[in-house]
Design a protein around this ligand. Structure first.
Ligand SMILES: [Zn+2]
Length: 52
């Protein structure tokens, strides 16, 4: 896998909020699954943000 392929971003067209929560605040990587999860690149915890 090339570095370019690892930098892919999801196609636009849907509701941005659907995937916005998946974006890592530390490195910008988009997670493969909805939060809560852990960034596969840097290990930062991704929360849903709906709580509180
Ligand atoms: Zn990250």
């Amino acid at each position: 896998m090339t570095p370019e392929e690892r930098e892919q971003v999801p196609d636009e067209g849907g509701d941005p909020a659907c995937w916005l929560a998946r974006v890592c605040p530390e490195c910008g990587l988009v997670a493969d699954v909805d939060p809560p999860t852990v960034c596969q690149r840097c290990g930062t915890r991704l929360e849903t943000g709906d709580q509180g």
